[in-house]
Write a protein that binds this ligand. Structure first.
Ligand code: AHR
Length: 496
């Protein structure tokens, strides 16, 4: 009927693998993203493992964090790696001009980043300074990180600083937002520079994929120029796209909590534009790279609202609610549909910044609704995507009209099929019927993330207001999965 979403899931037509790095994180030197949020130092009273918060390490490991991008963002194009090595006491204090004008004491540097990744596991993603440092600086940093033990002067310096063995760099970012905070460049100029920096950055420790600074939103001219001029010398092109309520603007993005349904609706509409941007950037990439060798890396995505009242506006602190959980589910479903081209992504940002997984306050920590969505989607990491097409009833609010239900499906390494259904309608539960082929399953159950209000969230006083709940209200009969997806929810079903 018109009020039922109907879908077909073809388990016998497996699609591309969903790379686990699509569930990557971004951790910038920004506000309490690193200092206080991840790194408290060895002498802190906050429980830590060599300076890293134990609560944050445990929480991130529990969602199998596959990759962390560092040190920026805008910070990357002002960062000089030599400031962050050697004895902590001798490291220079500088000003973080991008984010709040606060002092940056460089106590978290290259060794501390790789120490974090040793503890978390997962791929490393280091963003190099193209905007304000010469190519030799990038080349030497890569050599410092990757040269074999005891070989070059830089390898020996790394050893003196406490790490004899080389590290692996899975991804090297060639600058960040070179059209903006990375140097206000024209696309052609940025592409020329990309060729130059890529040429001299040579990993001595295994493959290192080079990710060019890519477009934001619908800047297709940027993608065109980058692919035409630098496409052969890069392995990935970054795409940055942030969600804010569509009827708002950068100066007035609206609050993270206490918003009207109108803002909910326009946030959803704005999020769904991700599909169009990925599709159109991919089409341009297809012209230059039909074999899809170069990935589209959505290495900054997530919600961006007005900062928490009373916080330093340069710290980009915001609360995280059921609205953010639904935004995360929609974006992940879009990435899953584009697994052929989107092989890496990073939500902005991991702790205390924008759409964070975790919020900290002194020794306290809460897991956000977005964190729980990443927990629900763990089976998607490295799984085989399965085609699922869906016709959904519309959700209408004022001038917004968007499909209410979004879906994705995977088969994990053990052979189990999982289906994600997101209902963005904040008022109506949505019956969904999924006709399935190539599947013997007879039962479906799983977990759901939702809450009593659109802005239900976890606070330090009430950290478990929004957590995944078991969901068993689904059935399979005659090869069809039937389920009513509650309003404003993200539901993941495991089929058996
Ligand atoms: O994530 C915050 C900032 O947003 C990043 O530093 C920058 O790349 C983007 O503009």
């Amino acid at each position: 009927s018109a009020e039922t979403a109907s879908a077909t899931l073809q388990a016998d037509k497996p699609g591309p693998q969903i790379h686990r790095d699509v569930f990557g994180q971004f951790a910038e030197h920004l506000g309490h993203g690193i200092y206080g949020g991840i790194w408290v130092g060895k002498n802190s009273r906050i429980p830590n493992d060599g300076g890293y918060r134990r609560d944050v390490l445990a929480a991130m490991k529990a969602i199998n964090v596959p990759m962390v991008r560092w040190p920026g963002g805008c910070f990357a194009d002002e960062y000089h790696w030599r400031d962050g090595i050697g004895a902590t006491k001798s490291r220079p204090t500088k000003v973080n001009t991008n984010w709040g004008g606060v002092n940056e004491d460089n106590s978290f540097g290259t060794h501390e980043y790789f120490g974090l990744m040793d503890r978390l596991g997962g791929s490393t993603y280091v963003s190099a300074n193209v905007g304000s440092a010469p190519p030799a600086e990038t080349a030497q940093w890569v050599e410092y990180m990757t040269a074999p033990q005891g070989t070059t002067v830089l390898a020996k310096e790394r050893e003196r600083n406490g790490h004899a063995a080389p590290w692996k760099i899975q991804y090297l970012g060639i600058g960040n937002e070179l059209w903006g905070c990375g140097g206000n460049m024209r696309a052609e100029y940025a592409a020329d520079l990309t060729n130059r920096y890529a040429q001299f950055a040579k990993s001595a420790n295994g493959p290192m994929l080079k990710i060019a600074s890519g477009p934001s939103d619908s800047n297709y001219e940027w993608t065109e120029a980058m692919m035409r001029i630098a496409g052969k010398n890069i392995d990935g092109l970054a795409l940055h796209y942030y969600t804010r309520p569509r009827d708002k603007n950068w100066a007035d993005k609206g609050p993270a909590l206490g918003f009207a349904e109108r803002e909910w609706a326009s946030t959803m509409a704005h999020t769904l534009q991700m599909e169009e941007f990925i599709t159109k950037h991919s089409a341009i990439m297809d012209k230059y790279d039909p074999a899809k060798r170069v990935m589209l890396a959505v290495d900054e995505w997530g919600t961006w609202y007005d900062p928490t009242p009373g916080s330093n506006p340069g710290f980009l602190e915001q609360q995280n609610s059921v609205r953010d959980a639904v935004v995360a589910g929609l974006n992940i479903n879009i990435f899953a549909r584009h697994a052929d081209r989107v092989k890496m992504a990073a939500i902005a940002q991991m702790v205390n910044v924008l759409q964070a997984m975790l919020l900290t306050d002194g020794a306290r920590m809460v897991k956000t609704p977005t964190y729980w969505v990443f927990d629900l989607y763990k089976p998607w990491q490295g799984a085989t995507s399965l085609p699922i097409t869906l016709t959904s009833p519309w959700y209408h609010k004022d001038e917004v009209a968007v499909p209410a239900v979004s879906a994705s499906a995977v088969r994990d390494a053990a052979g189990q099929v999982h289906v994600a259904l997101v209902n963005l309608d904040p008022n109506r539960a949505m019956p969904v019927s999924v006709a399935m082929t190539g599947l013997q399953a007879t039962q479906a159950s799983g977990r759901i993330v939702t809450g009593p209000t659109m802005d239900a969230h976890n606070s330090f006083d009430s950290p478990d207001a929004v957590t995944p709940q078991p969901f068993a209200d689904a059935r399979i009969a005659g090869g069809t999965l039937s389920v009513t997806v509650p309003a404003k929810s993200v539901l993941v079903l495991d089929l058996r």
